[in-house]
Design a protein around this ligand. Structure first.
Ligand code: SAH
Ligand code: DHB
Ligand code: MG
Length: 225
């Protein structure tokens, strides 16, 4: 059996060409991000579409994203709700430069009315959202600094409706999460999140490994009980 990285990449290319194709606004978001030297860590096209499918499948109208980068995943998620009355996506980003590029990319995608980018540390913005009664959200996508994933998940639980989804990116990190003695703060944060979520009766949660153009990683998905 050919389990090479080349094969995974080739399959991802085929899936993305077949299922996603060329999309001017999404490609623009990736191009402007690369031109501004943002890290190339946005979700893959087929993963972005997976987020879109999840949002559509629950009839989401209100989405919270933690970790905007250049707005690539934001555009995928916002498009899933844009036709709904009262559609709103709030996305939290620490780096002003990332937020500025994302804001332009979101405008270029025609989604400015739906999306609000909030600049600052998510651990500062999240309590404010709670104080402002910004919830409940139908879907929360956690994709920021992995060390804080357990804290973001706790906030997400407070901000997500029953039946809503909490999706967490990068929970496998090339398989490093099985290393119990890892000193990597991201690995430790992810292990802590998975362990706590599994024990939490407020959610039903699972996680899957992924391979492809973004290497070997995975995501967790929880539904609020
Ligand atoms: N969701 C994006 C990728 C996000 S990359 C996509 O798939 O297209 C992670 C982002 O989280 C980076 O832009 C990084 O600046 C941001 N980030 C890191 N620490 C953060 C924090 N404390 N609060 C908010 N955002 C943070
Ligand atoms: C990293 C962060 C991400 O959100 C991602 O999807 C891939 C990598 C990182 O910080 O290395
Ligand atoms: Mg990610």
């Amino acid at each position: 059996m050919d389990l090479s990285i080349d094969k995974f990449r080739a399959v991802d290319e085929f899936l993305c060409d077949t299922l996603v194709g060329r999309d001017a606004a999404l490609e623009h978001a990736l191009q402007t991000s690369a031109a501004a030297d943002l890290p190339a860590i946005a979700v893959a096209p087929n993963q972005g579409k997976l987020l879109h499918v999840f949002a559509k499948s629950i009839g989401a109208k209100r989405i919270l994203e933690i970790g905007t980068l250049g707005g690539y995943s934001t555009i995928w998620l916002a498009r899933a709700i844009a036709e709904q009355p009262g559609a709103k996506l709030i996305t939290l980003e620490y780096e002003p430069k990332h937020a500025e590029i994302a804001t332009k990319n979101i405008a270029n995608a025609g989604l400015s009315k739906v999306v609000e980018v909030i600049v600052g540390a998510a651990l500062d913005s999240l309590p404010k959202l709670i104080a402002q009664n910004a919830g409940p959200f139908d879907l929360v996508f956690i994709d920021a600094d992995k060390v804080n994933t357990p804290r973001y998940f706790e906030f997400a639980l407070k901000l997500t409706r029953r039946g809503g989804l909490i999706i967490v990116d990068n929970v496998v990190r090339s398989g490093n999460i099985v290393d119990q003695s890892s000193t990597d703060s991201g690995v430790k944060g992810t292990r802590e999140f998975l362990t706590a979520a599994a024990k939490n009766p407020a959610v039903t949660v699972t996680a899957v490994q992924t391979v492809g153009s973004k290497g070997y990683d995975g995501f967790a998905i929880a539904v609020v009980n």
